[in-house]
Design a protein around this ligand. Structure first.
Ligand code: SF4
Length: 418
């Protein structure tokens, strides 16, 4: 537990500069008011964060085994017993701080089975290009300090990264002289984004449904100096602006793009490649809620493979399709669902269910074992990664509601295995 910065007159405490662990932007100036177990987020929190931090004064629910309240010891023993007989467990969700992810990977290595994070589909659209061709990606700080032309490809990322423009691209930057311009290609700023962009130059370029690949391909041809077939919209002015800018950045939210998102990303990366022949440009590929980025790194450090890793006979391997939650949940006899940041529901599956999850999770069907856990950055401290990968943030604990961390619970299950 950390020291409160300000004590409230009512006996509660107000904590300033709290790290928000949810979307991957890593806002670190949230104010939390904690009174007993009740929590309200104030200044610095977006609407999503305020909802996810909010807690009432009621006690956390008990663990349950087959729908009946059970002691923590009994629930841990029941989970260990289920796993002892597991043929093919699927470890899914994986929404935990880095210690929690490492504990799950270790348990999976011991029991066999697959491991995946529930938000990997967006990340794999990005990885499809970065693994095949590589890319020049930037960080939030670089964007803030240098970017003079920020081009959003596709739907506005602020729908998932709420304070993106306020946090990443304020109107001034340390090495930025002159104005910063924002262009939305094939998307439009949300109302929340418009408020953050007030006072900035903003241009929206509409693209017909399903034509984003073609538009970004034409943009690539134009910045290369080629003459692409005529088409709508006219992208020549944007191509010229990109060539004239000192540090243009192309950004997208991979999970918001359509099914052809990996091709859109590949073409956007190609635009950045061309711009780097004579100037400096970068992409800002966004994906990473609920510590997806930290889980990805932890998997790499631990197994040598990115997420969607499988363990068989003590050997690990990586297969994007076979070890995705979607595939693994169909074949699994036990689904181990971990979700500590929010009450995310586990996927539909016929497998028996061990849920190590947010206390407010509402299940479609009662888990065989339910163990409520604390939220990193509220109930306990933990390391979470920002979506631009470069920064691990230490999220502190601010209350004691009797909820253990995913790492604590998973380690105890591993120790209790017969
Ligand atoms: S924008 Fe993201 S990191 Fe910032 S307060 Fe909202 S959820 Fe948290």
């Amino acid at each position: 537990m950390t020291e409160p910065r300000v004590s409230g007159a009512s006996g509660g405490a107000t904590h300033k500069d709290v790290v928000c662990p949810f979307c991957g932007l890593g806002c670190d100036d949230v104010t939390l008011k904690v009174d007993g177990t009740a929590v309200e987020a104030g200044e610095g929190a977006c609407g999503r964060a305020a909802a996810l931090f909010r807690r009432g004064p009621e006690a956390a629910p008990s663990p349950r085994v087959n729908g009946r309240e059970a002691s923590l010891d009994a629930a841990i023993a029941a989970a260990a017993e289920l796993l002892a007989g597991a043929r093919s467990p699927a470890y899914a969700g994986l929404a935990a701080d880095v210690d929690g992810v490492r504990a799950v990977l270790k348990l999976a290595a011991a029991t066999g089975g697959s491991v995946d994070h529930y938000a990997t589909p967006g990340m794999y659209r990005n990885l499809a290009t970065s693994q095949r061709k590589g890319w020049i990606a930037t960080t939030f700080a670089e964007v803030r300090n240098h970017c003079d032309l920020f081009v959003v490809i596709g739907p506005d990322p602020a729908k998932a990264f709420h304070q993106l423009y306020a946090r990443v691209t304020p109107k001034t930057g340390r090495f930025l002289d002159g104005a910063r311009k924002f262009v939305f290609l094939g998307g439009a700023p949300s109302d929340e984004a418009k408020a953050q962009l007030e006072g900035s130059a903003v241009e929206t370029i509409a693209v017909s449904d399903g034509a984003l690949v073609e538009a970004v391909s034409r943009l690539q041809a134009l910045v290369s100096g080629a003459t692409p077939p005529a088409g709508e919209p006219d992208l020549a002015p944007l191509a010229e602006a990109l060539k004239a800018a000192k540090y243009p950045v192309l950004a997208w939210s991979a999970s918001s793009l359509d099914e052809d998102g990996d091709i859109v990303i590949e073409r956007a990366v190609a635009v950045v490649d061309v711009l780097n022949r004579e100037g400096r440009a970068a992409c800002l590929p966004l994906s990473g809620k609920d510590n997806l980025t930290g889980a990805y790194h932890a998997s790499l450090w631990t197994t040598g493979f990115p997420l969607r890793v499988g363990f068989r006979g003590g050997v690990s391997e990586h297969d994007q399709l076979a070890y995705s939650t979607e595939t693994a949940a169909k074949d699994a006899d036990i689904l181990v669902w971990t979700s500590a940041f929010r009450p995310e529901k586990p996927p539909a599956s016929d497998a028996q269910l061990i849920a190590i999850a947010h206390p407010a999770t509402e299940f479609e069907r009662e888990p065989d074992v339910f163990i409520p856990v604390g939220q990193p950055g509220l109930d306990h401290a933990g390391l979470v990664f920002r979506a631009d990968s470069t920064v691990g943030l230490w999220a502190k604990g601010y209350r004691d509601a009797g909820l253990k961390s995913v790492a604590d619970i998973v380690k105890r299950i591993a120790e209790a295995r017969p």
